[in-house]
Write a protein that binds this ligand. Structure first.
Ligand SMILES: [Zn+2]
Length: 206
């Protein structure tokens, strides 16, 4: 199946680009028949067809396999954001560093990031797999596509798996550059007027 192969390929790319580690993280795609999601305990860099589980839109497994423990986070995002078709949750090194330090990625340092993200907010901490984690994270995803999860990792949502991947990759780059600017004594910020113009440009493209 095309969607299953896409998940396997994106998992490999995430691993090869250092955006996932060990057996952490999960990937899902919304299909007509339900949600395809990685199984519990799988390594995203080495997924097999059997590691992908079909669940219904309420999170019930439709196959005799155990879906990711974060399945309800995916289910709730698809419920609230009808246009979202793919979700990636991983613990990339730099985004997770910001999440662990409770630092929102909101410094206006790169014009492209303002066009792409505006900012990357931080959802408050909750236990992994808990209802509270779902509630905290979904709230911040209402008008953003990438969110940091405090003391945990990051999540990216999009209309396709490829777009979700690109968002995660670009967000990780934003985190890296932000951290690097601290080494050189801090970035020079774009002016309020520059930011205003960028947001105007972004809105004109929607
Ligand atoms: Zn996680």
């Amino acid at each position: 199946m095309e969607n299953i192969q896409d998940i396997i390929n994106i998992g490999k790319t995430l691993y090869n680009k250092d955006l996932t580690i060990g057996t952490s993280g999960n990937i899902s795609v919304k299909t007509r028949d339900g949600i395809l999601i990685t199984a519990s305990g799988t390594s995203l860099g080495n997924l097999k067809e059997d590691d992908i589980v079909l669940i219904d839109f309420d999170g019930n497994e439709l196959e005799n396999k155990k879906a990711s423990s974060e399945k309800m986070l995916h289910v709730e995002i698809y419920k609230q954001r009808n246009e979202v078709k793919a979700i990636i949750h991983t613990h990339p090194q730099y985004l997770t560093t910001f999440a662990c330090c409770h630092k929102t990625l909101d410094e206006p340092i790169m014009s492209e990031n303002i066009l792409y993200f505006e900012d990357i907010p931080l959802a408050p901490y909750a236990m992994p797999s808990s209802n509270q984690l779902v509630e905290n994270t979904v709230k911040y995803l209402q008008n953003r596509d990438v969110v940091l999860m405090a003391n945990h990792g990051a999540i990216a949502v999009a209309e396709s798996l490829k777009q979700a991947y690109l968002k995660m990759e670009t967000a990780e780059y934003y985190a890296k550059v932000t951290l690097n600017t601290k080494i050189l004594g801090g970035a020079k910020y774009l002016s309020q007027n520059d930011i205003h113009e960028l947001i105007k440009l972004k809105k004109s493209k929607l």
